[in-house]
Design a protein around this ligand. Sequence first.
Ligand code: CA
Length: 226
Amino acid sequence: MTSDAGTIVVVEDDPNIGDLVELYLRREDYRVLQATDARQALEVVARERPRLVVLDLGLPGHQDGLDVCRRLRDNGRVPVLILTARDSELDRVLGLELGADDYVTKPFSPRELVARVKAILRRVDGPPRGEPEVLVAGGVEVDTARREARVDGEVVPLAAREFDLLAHLAHNAGLALTRAQLLDGVWGPGWYGDERTVDVHVRQLRKKLGDQLPLATVWGVGYRLA
Ligand code: CA
């Protein structure tokens, strides 16, 4: 059996859900490895270097999915799709602040989950064509081909969605963009999240890039990158 689409690690302690997700991902030619707790998850990811991690938040043991997410973010940039039974705003916001790329709330449609996985991988893989490869905003270089943000030549690690937001702002430098426009342009028109998601990501960008990032809040509108 081929697995051309690459490896995905599914972290889920409920075997029924784990197997269901695996089944749907395998149909799309992904190679799927399952982990059932935090320790296993970190081991498998370190060993296999997957293209993406599907991560359940409610895990048995001392460490839950948010701990895993934090550790993954500390150690690299593997994209993370959070799967949560806890339909709590706090978990979602925390997950996104910790650098997760997207989330799906249980109960979920496996088809939708696969669509989200593909959307994340498209964003991660696809450098936009016909654009200059490096945009400059203040002290930040936005390298759209390598998907890197650099300050003084040093790469600043960003989650995939944070980079997308930065690149979108840089492509539209000088324009004030509303949160709705940013959601549309970065998350896509099919995304159901609310506009605070934009604020969460902006907060992360400001935290990571500091005053090198000339990003202004435009009251009553949204954001503008100088
Ligand atoms: Ca669980």
